[in-house]
Ligand binder design. Structure first.
Ligand code: KG4
Ligand code: ZN
Length: 333
C-alpha cells in the first residue's frame, strides 16, 4: 500500500514553510520568508510576520504542490505547527490548515515546533533511533531534549535561562556590524579568524553552576563579554579584526553546546545525539559535535542545513511519523 501523503504548514516565526512528504520521502519543501521586512528592526516584528504569512500562504501551498507534481486531492492529512511561536503567526498557519482539512475532509495533526525540528531528521537519515538526546538550537530556543518516542513528544531536560544560541549569534553579529540574521554571516567571518585569540566565558559551565544547571545554557553573559571586549579595544584605539572575534565567540558557543549535549547522552545512557534548529547549520558546531560524539562513542545525526532552519517539511515529517504510529488526528477536517 502507498504511504500516506502529508502536507506540513510552518508559520511560527518569519518563514511560511510548506512541505509535502510521503512516508519519510521528501516531495516538496517551499519557503517564503519575510526576513527582509524585519532586517531594519534587527529582529522579527510579530505583526509584520503575521501579515506576511497571510499573503504568502496560498502561493506557497501552490508552489509546493507544483513542485511535488500533486493536487490538493492527493493529500491524505495536514500537519501544522501549533506551538511554540509568535501567536499571531501561528494562528495564520492553524487557520489555513483547518480550512484546507475541512475543505478536503482529511485529518489534521497539530504538532509542536521543537518536536518537528527533531522529526525532520528522518527525511535525510531514515528512521529515528530512539531513545536519543536532541540538542535544539535556534533563534528562539536552546534546549536539550530526551526523545523516547517523538510521536508522543520529546521531554525537555535543559534549556537556556536567558538568550537562545541563535539570538546570541544575531546580537553579536549586530555588535560586529554584520547583517540580520547574523548567524550565517558570522559563521563565514569566523572561518578566517583564530578561535583561540580571545578567551570568552563558557556560561553555566563552572562546577557550582553544574549543580543546579547541568543541562541548562546561558548566553547573555557571553554576549555582554563580547560587547565589553569590543568597547575596551575601541577605547585603547586598537583595530578590531572581526574574524577573530567571530571565531572566538563561535567557539565559546559550540564548546558549551557540544559539551553539555555529550554529557546529557552519557548521563541518560543514550547512544544517539541529534542536533537540529537553525544554529545546527553552523559549521563549527557541526565539526566540534562530530569530533566529540566520536570520542564519546555516540552516533551523531544532523540534518542538512536546509532542513535545520524553519521549514514546512519538518512539520510534515512529524505528521507522517504520527500517522505511521497510529496516533489519532488532533482534529478531523
Ligand atoms: O530554527 P530557525 O530557522 O528559527 C527559529 O526557530 O528561531 O533558527 C534561526 C536562527 C537565527 O538566529 C540564525 O542566526 C541562526 O539560526 N543561524 C545560524 C546559522 N544559520 C542560521 N547561527 C549560526 N551559524 C549559522 N550558520
Ligand atoms: Zn525553529
Amino acid at each position: 500500500m502507498n504511504q500516506p501523503i502529508v502536507l506540513g504548514i510552518e508559520t511560527s516565526c518569519d518563514e511560511t514553510g510548506i512541505g509535502i512528504v510521503r512516508g519519510n520521502e521528501l516531495l516538496a519543501n517551499t519557503l517564503a520568508t519575510s526576513i527582509d521586512e524585519h532586517a531594519r528592526f534587527g529582529g522579527v516584528v510579530p505583526e509584520i510576520a503575521s501579515r506576511a504569512h497571510l499573503e504568502a500562504m496560498l502561493p506557497t501551498i501552490e508552489r509546493a504542490l507544483r513542485s511535488a507534481k500533486m493536487e490538493l486531492s492527493d493529500l491524505d492529512a495536514i500537519a501544522v505547527t501549533r506551538n511554540p511561536g509568535l501567536i499571531g503567526a501561528l494562528l495564520v498557519g492553524v487557520a489555513a490548515a483547518e480550512g484546507l482539512a475541512s475543505g478536503l475532509g482529511i485529518p489534521i495533526h497539530h504538532v509542536d515546533h521543537l518536536d518537528a525540528h527533531i522529526a525532520v531528521d528522518t527525511l535525510s537519515n531514515g528512521s529515528l533511533s530512539e531513545p536519543a538526546i536532541a540538542l535544539l538550537v535556534s533563534g528562539g530556543h536552546s534546549s536539550l531534549m530526551l526523545v523516547e518516542d517523538i510521536t508522543l513528544g520529546a521531554r525537555v531536560i535543559g534549556k537556556t535561562i536567558d538568550d537562545a544560541a541563535g539570538e546570541a549569534f544575531d546580537k553579536v553579529a549586530r555588535l560586529l556590524g554584520l547583517g540580520f540574521p547574523g548567524g550565517p554571516e558570522l559563521d563565514q567571518k569566523a572561518k578566517m579568524g583564530d578561535s583561540e585569540s580571545i578567551k570568552f566565558p563558557r556560561g553555566l559551565s563552572a562546577k557550582h553552576d553544574l549543580v543546579k544547571h547541568q543541562f541548562d545554557f546561558s548566553f547573555s553573559g557571553l554576549k555582554t563579554a563580547v560587547a565589553r571586549w569590543i568597547e575596551n579595544e575601541q577605547r585603547l584605539g586598537n583595530a578590531i579584526y572581526i574574524p577573530d572575534v567571530a571565531a572566538s565567540f563561535q567557539e565559546a558557543v559550540a564548546d558549551v553546546l557540544t559539551q553539555k549535549a555529550v554529557a546529557a547522552a552519557r548521563t541518560t545512557g543514550v547512544d544517539t545525539l541529534l542536533i537540529g534548529g537553525g544554529v545546527a547549520a553552523n559549521s563549527r558546531l557541526r565539526s566540534l559535535a562530530e569530533e566529540r560524539a566520536k570520542a564519546a562513542g555516540l552516533r551523531l545525526r544532523i540534518p542538512p542545513p536546509s532542513l535545520c532552519t524553519d521549514n514546512g517539511a519538518m512539520v510534515a515529517a512529524l505528521g507522517s511519523l504520527r500517522l505511521a504510529a497510529g496516533r489519532p488526528a488532533t482534529r478531523i477536517g
